[in-house]
Design a protein around this ligand. Structure first.
Ligand code: FBP
Length: 550
């Protein structure tokens, strides 16, 4: 493997850690917990993993040791910077407990467990991946672990390899499945533990205990750098409006964090659109107003941030998408149709009149994107819907009308961008490198102590790493019942942007000034790995505002 100078330097980086994790730990158990909602249903579904206490780890003066044990690790879902460091933390933690311990990686995501595709992760392999981005050490996948036959295939391979515990590194759905698996293995008394780790760039796996999911920090810093660069270009050339869509699935955390880092002229927040019951036309009006006002001041340029999931939060669009989801589920007749026109006519014939009207009003390309394949959970793959192009088209039309009536005299030239995959495998920031390594080490202690159904927990994250608090949170504590594919299911509650929370309130308080000013842009520049701590080790604005109000 040929490496860049930065890769070589990063390989030698030793992640910073909480003091408690340097050596042996004692596990301190708190009070029994409850799920965030639907307590009776969750308790009935998880009789063995419900109500477990929160665990905190304290440093203990004794030698690190465990009975020999092997662990299997799975990377699940979309890539997020820092995943490799969770695995490095697992490896180092495991070897520190007992050098005979082994770490196995299941290949290509959860399917590796079911299909018995695995590799032993040796020191040589691990060293190549320290502090690197990506999930390529073992690969990831989106196969859902939810059927008893899959769980049984897991038992077979774990018994064969002497695996005591499986660590699932994933988002809300993967961690929900981790808990289902933990419960199943307890019921079967097969002695295999399951521990989850909070991953996703989307930032929507967070709650009272989990302060942030890993990867969010790095991804937002990468996107903010790019947005800052674009803003500097816009402010230099003074001739383009840049419409920038940002990944993040349903929640707008990424768009919000990038706005806090770069201060664009406009940042849409899906959760606000929904709360205010806005239509697509309302959004177009909102953008147009800013463009017209800036044009009056001679500023024919600007930036608009658009969260990836926006379209699903516009109430009428949500109904249309729901109708499309229901109609497309296992619809062989639709699949068999040849050509876009035939498919379009078929779709129109199946929709309710209001949705049909909306569908017809959309540019054909966008309408087609709405009928593309669904993800394994039956959801539209929002990363493939070019909302930024839709908005440019609609805003252009509105401005042309205003020009005709003499209400707009500016020039509108727009460029579109989508930032998503650019940030998911970036070299993790110091924050993510440190956070992930600690998550991995923490997981090994939970396993050594015989815990299952827990998520590895590292908190107090706005403080220096040495003050972070490690422990475990029962996954059932984060669950509630939600409708999935027409059925009520126990799932980890997703965190959307809280419109009463400090990060959104900060945006709300400043966005008019950012829209109007000649420029309030911030140019964050690239992630820095070496240098003063205020440059290199800062957590996201979201985390600081949520935890410290600043
Ligand atoms: P996870 O929820 O699995 O972490 O994935 C996050 C994400 O990057 C979303 O932001 C995006 O919508 C989606 O994955 C894209 O999926 P894919 O990688 O399958 O194109």
């Amino acid at each position: 493997m040929i490496k860049s100078p930065l890769q070589i330097a990063r390989q030698a980086y030793q992640p910073k850690m909480p003091i408690a994790l340097k050596g042996a730990v004692r596990l301190v158990e708190g009070n029994a917990t409850q799920s965030v909602a639907d307590q009776e249903e969750i308790k009935a579904l998880f009789p063995n993993t419900y109500g477990l206490p929160i665990i905190t780890m304290e440093h203990e003066e004794k030698a690190l040791h465990s009975e020999p044990m092997n662990i299997g690790v799975i990377l699940s879902g979309g890539q997020a910077p820092g995943g490799h460091n969770v695995i490095c933390g697992l490896f180092d933690g495991l070897k520190a407990l007992n050098p005979v311990n082994k770490l196995y990686g299941f290949l290509g995501g959860p399917s590796g467990l079911i299909e018995h595709q695995y590799t032993e992760l040796t020191a040589e392999i691990i060293d190549d991946y320290r502090n690197t981005g990506g999930f390529d050490i073992i690969g990831s996948g989106r196969t859902k672990l939810e059927e008893p036959w899959q769980f049984d295939k897991g038992i077979e391979i774990c018994n064969q390899l002497g695996i005591k515990a499986i660590v699932i590194i994933g988002g809300d759905d993967s961690n929900t499945n981790a808990c289902v698996l933990a419960e199943y293995y307890l019921q079967k008394k097969c002695g295999i533990q399951v521990i989850g780790c909070p991953k996703t760039i989307d930032g929507d796996l967070k709650n009272e205990m989990i302060e942030t999911s890993f990867g969010f920090d790095t991804a937002c810093k990468v996107y903010s750098e790019l947005i800052g660069n674009i803003q500097r270009d816009a402010n230099s050339a003074k001739k383009y409006w840049h419409f920038i869509r940002l990944m993040g699935r349903s929640a707008s955390h990424i768009a919000l964090e990038c706005a806090l880092q770069s201060q664009p002229n406009i940042c849409l927040i899906s959760e606000e659109v929904e709360a205010k019951n806005m239509t697509l036309n309302d959004i177009v009006d909102q953008i147009t107003r800013v463009i017209v006002a800036r044009a009056e001041a001679g500023l024919n340029f600007g930036t608009v941030l658009i969260p990836e999931g926006l379209i699903e939060f516009i109430p009428a669009m949500r109904i249309l998408i729901q109708e499309l989801n229901d109609m497309l589920a296992n619809n062989e007749e639709f699949v068999a149709l040849e050509g876009d026109e035939a498919k379009r006519e078929y779709v129109k014939s199946m929709l309710t009149p209001a949705s049909c009207e909306l569908y017809r009003s959309l540019p054909k390309g966008i309408a087609r994107q709405l009928t593309l394949d669904r993800d394994p959970h039956g959801n539209v793959m929002v990363s493939q819907i070019e909302t930024e192009k839709l908005l440019i088209e609609m805003v252009s039309k509105r401005l042309a009308q205003l020009k005709a009536s003499g209400e707009y005299k500016g020039k509108f030239s727009a460029l579109n961008h989508f930032f998503g995959y650019e940030g998911r495998c970036a070299i993790p920031s110091n924050f993510d490198a440190d956070y992930c390594y600690s998550i991995g080490i923490t997981a090994t202690h939970l396993i050594a102590a015989g815990k299952t159904g827990y998520m590895s927990l590292v908190r107090n994250l706005t403080k220096p790493a040495c003050e972070w608090i490690a422990g475990g949170v029962p996954i059932t504590m984060m669950m509630n019942m939600e409708k999935r594919n027409g059925k009520m299911k126990p799932v980890i509650q997703k965190a959307l942007v809280d419109l009463h929370g400090a990060p959104f309130r900060y945006l709300e308080a400043h966005r008019e000034e950012w829209a109007d000013a000649n420029t309030s842009y911030i140019y964050p520049g690239p992630i820095q790995y070496y240098g003063p701590t205020e440059v290199c080790d800062q957590p996201t604005h979201t985390l600081k505002l949520e935890r410290e109000g600043k």
